[in-house]
Design a protein around this ligand. Structure first.
Ligand SMILES: C[S@@+](CC[C@H](N)C(=O)[O-])C[C@H]1O[C@@H](n2cnc3c(N)ncnc32)[C@H](O)[C@@H]1O
Length: 389
């Protein structure tokens, strides 16, 4: 997407991103409308279906003017079925086609989540998927009560704003007292509390949301990530916020620290199915095979991370996934293979309002949580305690 929108003005870029996002979000329902209007089902990968999807997303979701939509859609099928595309777009306008109240999840995802969680979780996920989420900000220090008068605070050092604002134009962006971070994504670092000069290894750290939280909370942070490109973003984030960390490029399957740390936070690479609200492509792409591959990698990374925690120290394991294989199952496999480790249950006062730990003290955020206040990404977070030796 980044490459595809290079050279566009900020407004055009925002419009292009909105078209693609809404097309992906509503694709199952857009396809149902397209299939209901053609005598023969169009193959999934033909240009005419792609052109119809993006044109209908503009008409039905973004409410763009019909003439503009038609005149930009037809050139996309030049030399192809222009008449078919034109006819369907005309019908959509004459018959005032509507999308359903909630965007339907792709069937494999809906089936997988119904089996793992429940049908009501699938319904909540569809409701959450139907619109882009609000903007959550994390602050290095609690802002004054008079600042951000239109924002809602759901946790210390957190403010939630309605979606649709350009982040760079918000007050204090340059000063760097805050950064954008979903409320659920802020939970792993919250569970480490104040650092008081102790050392934390922030593994898989880029682009640095949790690094900034930890540095702001007084931790001495060593931030490790394998991606040079993502580390550039981490560096830029640290510069903007004036926070500091030791930044290391390394693959934690082979890299190892010189010393063990008081705490380790592993924000493991995952399927990212929990961030489907802001990345609607995820649910169209992720298949069971990738979830299984990620789960295997997570088991390896968690086991390595555990070696680097001082006796009696803390290990936080987190993923932005709604798959049990990448969350609950990882913790039970870990505990089966690491004698003496225990779950250190998250306490209510450490968590945002409405997020409750399960009966083992593990955190699982699901789409129904805080739904009436804009919802949360799907995250799994466990706090584990090393044996004291
Ligand atoms: C979920 S993202 C981390 C988000 C980050 N913790 C934050 O709060 O902004 C996962 C990161 O893991 C990194 N990664 C994946 N495999 C890795 C490995 N084997 N060693 C180190 N980093 C890895 C990726 O480059 C990616 O930046």
């Amino acid at each position: 997407m980044h490459a595809a929108t290079q050279g566009l003005t900020a407004t055009d870029r925002a419009f292009a991103v909105a078209i693609v996002s809404e097309t992906l979000r509503w694709m199952v329902d857009l396809d149902a409308l397209i299939d209901g209007a053609t005598a023969q089902i169009l193959p999934d990968d033909v240009k005419s279906r792609a052109a119809l999807r993006i044109a209908l997303a503009q008409l039905l979701v973004l409410k763009s003017p019909g003439h503009a939509v038609v005149s930009t859609a037809l050139p996309l099928v030049d030399g192809g079925p222009r008449r078919l595309v034109h006819a369907i777009l005309s019908r959509a306008q004459q018959e005032e086609w509507q999308l359903p109240g909630r965007a339907t999840l792709p069937l494999p995802t809906a089936e997988r989540w119904a089996e793992q969680w429940s049908l009501s979780m699938v319904e909540a996920a569809e409701a959450a998927w139907s619109a882009p989420p609000p903007i959550d900000l994390s602050f290095a220090a609690e802002p004054g009560a008079e600042e951000w008068p239109d924002a809602v605070s759901l946790a210390p050092r957190h403010r939630r704003l309605p979606r649709g604002q350009a982040v760079e134009t918000m007050p204090g962006y340059r000063e760097g007292g805050w950064w954008v971070q979903d409320l659920a994504a802020s939970i792993p670092a919250r569970l480490l509390g104040a650092g008081e000069g102790r050392t934390v290894l922030d593994l898989c750290a880029a682009p640095g949301g949790k690094t900034m939280q930890l540095a702001a909370a007084g931790w001495n942070v060593v931030a490790v990530d394998s991606s040079a490109k993502r580390l550039e973003r981490l560096r830029a984030n640290m510069e903007r916020t004036g926070l500091t960390a030791d930044i290391v490029q390394g693959d934690i399957r082979s890299w190892a620290p010189a010393d063990r740390a008081d705490a380790v936070l592993l924000d493991a690479p995952c399927s990212a199915t929990g961030i489907f609200r802001r990345h609607p492509d995820v649910l169209h792409r992720i298949e069971p095979r990738q979830i299984a591959e990620m789960a295997e990698l997570q088991t390896e990374l968690l086991s390595r991370a555990a070696r680097w925690v001082k006796p009696g120290g803390t290990l936080i394991y987190a993923t932005c996934s709604l798959e049990q294989a990448e969350g609950e199952d990882q913790v039970s496999t870990f505990l089966d293979h690491h004698a003496g480790w225990i779950i250190d249950p998250a306490r209510a006062e450490e968590l945002p309002e409405a997020v409750v730990a399960d009966d083992q003290g593990l955190i699982r955020t699901l789409p129904a949580m805080l739904a009436d206040q804009g919802g949360l990404d799907g995250f799994f977070v466990a706090r584990l305690r090393a044996p004291s030796d």
